[in-house]
Design a protein around this ligand. Structure first.
Ligand code: GTP
Ligand code: MG
Length: 210
């Protein structure tokens, strides 16, 4: 994937602030600290576009990155960060849920999991929720550099079994440290941007009926 331009156009906390227009979007979801913002930088081959931190809870808004003036990558706050205060956790939860359940431009959601760890209860809930809403449940395993090559298959198997991923579904491995897995991730993500708009499809179906 050739990245000609990549810029942040909005940090939103509510729907009125989402970018206008009908460009397609791919959003990144996952636990706090899993490496969502790092993955965005890595995929875009930019060092400091999305802000990254070793302490969880860095991303606090819905950040829209416009790529090649053609589509958006969307960075979301992470879930499951225990040290966040309860009201703050609830308001982030609401913010993420509102975005995921109402955004018409959203073509696909990529769920990030840390390759080292068994997906958490929250990860399982998110995976099922996404599946229920018709998303393809594309999983990106981060921090590949933290385990050895001989451990890959074992860890993929744990992720696949815990999330109950259907046969044939993809886990894309990525290392933001070593910059590996970038092209493979784009190969899986690029076709998502060419999917027909779900809203248009629904409207066409309605027209046929009448
Ligand atoms: P929140 O914004 O808090 O939800 O976190 P996030 O999911 O955006 O994580 P972020 O990208 O900020 O990364 C968290 C930490 O993990 C940082 O210290 C990163 O440098 C580190 N990290 C992310 N990806 C990788 C990776 O592939 N390999 C290694 N070794 N470290 C990584
Ligand atoms: Mg982040």
């Amino acid at each position: 994937m050739k990245i000609n331009t990549a810029e942040i156009v909005m940090s939103a906390v509510k729907p009125e602030q989402y970018p206008e227009g009908d460009l397609p979007e791919i959003a990144m979801v996952g636990r706090s600290n899993v490496g969502k913002s790092s993955a965005i930088n890595t995929l875009l081959r930019r060092r400091k576009l999305a802000r990254v931190s070793s302490s969880p809870g860095k991303t606090r808004t819905i950040n829209f990155y416009l790529i090649n003036n053609a589509f958006y990558l969307v960075d979301l706050p992470g879930y499951g960060y225990a040290k966040t205060s309860k009201p703050e956790r609830a308001s982030w939860g609401k913010m993420i849920e509102t975005y995921l359940s109402t955004r018409e431009n959203l073509q696909e959601v990529v769920q990030l999991v840390d390759i080292r760890h068994k997906p958490s209860k929250d990860d399982q809930l998110m995976y099922n929720w996404l599946k229920h809403f018709g998303y393809g449940s594309l999983v990106l395993a981060t921090k590949l550099d933290k385990i050895t090559r001989s451990q890959y298959q074992k860890h993929f198997k744990i992720i696949r079994e815990t999330l109950e991923m259907p046969p044939g579904s993809r886990i894309m491995p990525l290392s933001s440290l070593k910059k590996t897995g970038i092209e493979e991730a784009w190969e899986n993500m690029r076709p998502l941007l060419e999917k027909p708009d779900p809203i248009e499809v629904r409207e066409e179906e309605n027209t046929e009926e009448t």
